[in-house]
Design a protein around this ligand. Structure first.
Ligand code: SF4
Length: 186
């Protein structure tokens, strides 16, 4: 995150405009909630097709433990930003990355997902994967059973809300390579 004022939105807008001038590809920008929500329209006008603002974990306790810096931007602050961004980008075109396996229970993740879907935000839940050489290299990844206990009900919730990854114009939810969530939307 380049700075705490626009949270990177300005450089993303400039980048989106330059990319769209060179090639007509669907584009997602990803930032933290900027102070001025007017940035969402500016990003859309610059050519961004979808927006990612990533909570990373569902509960404030886990967020503070795993990422104390980013956790200073509260879940409520993200919710306010989502409420401003969805009317600009459209329902389902704003998404948030949630890593399962960092300490949140399935119920924690699903409760947050329910609030996000009600706002029109696609909750992209992915399994945490430990990477060697990082502080969490010895943190166990979630079991397949745990992921199923999250993704099966989440897939149902998305189906019932008619919010599908295939309708996302660009970004992680559309790509889907980091999670089997889209398989549960069928
Ligand atoms: S591989 Fe796909 S889902 Fe994973 S981080 Fe990259 S764009 Fe997002």
């Amino acid at each position: 995150t380049p700075n705490v004022v626009d949270r990177g939105a300005a450089v993303l807008a400039e980048s989106a405009r330059a990319i769209k001038a060179a090639v007509d590809l669907p584009l997602q920008v990803q930032c933290e909630p900027p102070r001025d929500h007017g940035w969402f329209q500016r990003l859309r006008d610059a050519g961004a097709d979808s927006l990612g603002m990533h909570l990373e974990a569902a509960t404030q306790a886990v967020r503070e433990k795993i990422m104390p810096g980013k956790a200073t931007v509260s879940v409520d602050r993200y919710m306010d930003a989502f409420a401003s961004a969805v009317p600009v980008f459209g329902r389902g075109q704003v998404n948030t990355y949630i890593l399962a396996g960092l300490g949140d229970s399935a119920a924690d993740i699903l409760a947050l997902a329910e609030r996000l879907i009600a706002l029109g935000v696609y909750p992209f839940v992915v399994p945490f994967v430990p990477i060697s050489g990082t502080p969490l290299e010895n943190h166990a990844p979630p079991s397949a059973d745990f992921m199923k206990s999250v993704l099966a009900p989440l897939g149902r919730m998305l189906r019932e809300a008619n919010m599908k990854s295939t309708d996302i114009r660009a970004g992680c939810g559309r790509c889907g390579a980091c999670s089997s969530l889209s398989a549960y939307e069928q």
